[in-house]
Write a protein that binds this ligand. Structure first.
Ligand code: AMP
Length: 467
């Protein structure tokens, strides 16, 4: 059963869309989704258009489990969208998987989205009052119903009208009438980029550029904040641009969420993480440690950056079990704690008797760091110094990153010294917000609501700030 939480569902997801006239694109969509798997492991799906008809397949599970050759063969067509979905705070349900496929006034519509609307409840209520039916608690279904209200228009115009009513973050892809429609919210909070297939075979839109590389599509550019795109057999064009008050790209994509080989809004994720490590080294000064080890995988590049800048020896001191899903997927605290041990295993021979600097991307509830420090000590580390490439997470994210409620955020409720004691580290250092800005190259185009509470895209309990 699906559950509606106060702030709706956290939708950390990945989207993919492709239009390649004359080709069958299900396999390419599969590869694109495979490249985006890190953005969501709960479920996935794709919808493919051929000759006026949309067929789709979606299930709970990883891309490789949900699709096989036979299923891909049964989805012929040259226009497709796909989606990978992250585990949410609500119960997992196949009903919540995307794309959503529905019949409306303009024919069949398939829709997939990444992000979190902050006015879902108000929109759902207004729509339900005037007759909309809902099967799920997802933002995507609200979006679908809202688009259907403007069904006398083509889908790009309907999107433009709907976007005037939406608050929060979204990166949308849709199919109608054999065309791809894509849109990014006016703040460009969730990533979305455009690629071109080799030999002018068509165009692709994806959450991250790593999906373009996988199918050998050439990166063209990022979708602009507020931009609505249409892709059809004639090519790609901007159908409309909703005014963008400012850019507010999610900074946490660089810290943790995105794949290092992706370049988002002009900044490569791997290189930004390396800079975070180097800046942390500068900010912490000379730490008396023997080795620098990363918490794999998201801490790895930052640890290299730290080691390069500090002159300390980099060592792979922790083994990551590659067959566990991301720790947050386990909904209870007890399970999360077990998962840390299952997932991360310090190597005795590397850390034994050493003073160790450990680089991780973030501390949210404190679970991972606490368990990890204990494990490192159990396996012989003489000292453990925690270095974190994200400033303290002080506020919940309402825009699609699953960061827990405020009362569970350890930094929102405890001082630096209390956190150090709680995780039992010899010392604890966070990068500063200025340092993080420096690593991502700007202090005025990112959303840092989780770090400073500036909810520039709006908040579920109040209207969007005018800026
Ligand atoms: P915690 O154990 O609650 O302090 O969470 C911090 C750990 O979870 C870090 O090691 C991060 O790599 C990871 N993490 C941070 N944010 C997220 C997220 N939104 N989803 C999944 N994992 C995360």
């Amino acid at each position: 059963m699906a559950c509606i939480t106060d702030d709706g569902f956290h939708e950390e997801c990945g989207v993919f869309a492709i239009c390649a006239p004359g080709m069958d694109v299900a396999h390419l969509t599969y590869l694109g989704l495979f490249a985006l798997q890190h953005r969501g492991q709960e479920g996935c799906g794709m919808a493919v258009w051929k000759d006026g008809n949309i067929q789709f397949h979606k299930r709970l599970g990883l891309v490789n489990d949900v699709f096989n050759e036979e299923i891909l063969e049964s989805l012929p067509g040259s226009v497709a969208i796909g989606h990978v979905r992250y585990a949410t705070t609500g119960e997992t349900s196949e009903l919540n998987t995307q794309p959503i496929v529905a019949q409306y006034y303009q024919g069949q519509l398939a829709l997939a989205h990444n992000g979190n609307l902050t006015n879902t409840e108000a929109l759902r209520e207004a729509l339900a009052k005037t007759g909309s039916l809902f099967q799920t608690a997802t933002d995507t279904e609200v979006l679908c119903n809202l688009l259907a209200r403007y069904a006398e228009n083509s889908l790009d115009v309907a999107m433009e009208k709907a976007m005037a009513e939406l608050e929060g973050s979204y990166a949308l892809v849709a199919i109608n009438d054999g065309k791809i429609f894509a849109a990014r919210d006016p703040y460009g909070n969730r990533p979305l980029c455009i690629g071109k297939l080799a030999e002018n075979a068509g165009y692709v839109v994806a959450s991250e550029s790593c999906a373009l590389d996988t199918i050998e599509a050439e990166f063209v550019r990022d979708v602009e904040p507020g931009e609505i795109l249409v892709i059809d057999e004639t090519g790609i064009h901007t159908a409309a641009k909703v005014p963008s008050p400012r850019s507010a790209h999610c900074i946490f994509e660089y810290v943790y969420f995105a794949r290092p080989d992706s370049t988002i809004d002009g900044v490569n994720v791997n290189q930004s993480r390396r800079r975070m490590g180097a800046i942390l080294a500068r900010e912490t000064g000379d730490l008396d440690v023997d080795i620098v080890i990363p918490v794999p995988d998201s801490g790895t590049t930052a640890a290299i950056g730290y080691a390069e800048a500090s002159g300390k020896q980099f060592t792979q001191g922790i083994l990551k079990n590659r067959y566990t899903a991301r720790t947050f997927i386990q909904p209870t605290q007890a399970m999360r704690e077990k998962m840390v041990k299952l997932k991360l295993s310090p190597i005795r021979e590397e850390i034994g008797g050493k003073r160790v600097a450990v680089v991780d991307d973030s501390i949210v509830r404190g679970t991972t760091s606490k368990r990890l420090v204990a494990l490192l000590r159990e396996r012989g580390a003489a000292e453990v110094h925690m270095l974190i490439t994200c400033p303290p997470v002080l506020y919940p994210c309402y825009y699609g990153i699953d960061t827990a409620e405020r009362d569970k955020l350890i930094a929102a409720n405890h001082s630096l010294e209390e956190i150090r004691q709680y995780i039992n580290a010899d010392s604890l250092h966070y990068i500063s917000l200025e340092g993080l800005y420096e690593a991502v190259g700007s202090d005025d185009k990112y959303c840092v609501a989780c770090l400073n509470g500036d909810y520039c895209l709006g908040h579920p309990n109040c209207k969007k700030k005018q800026s």
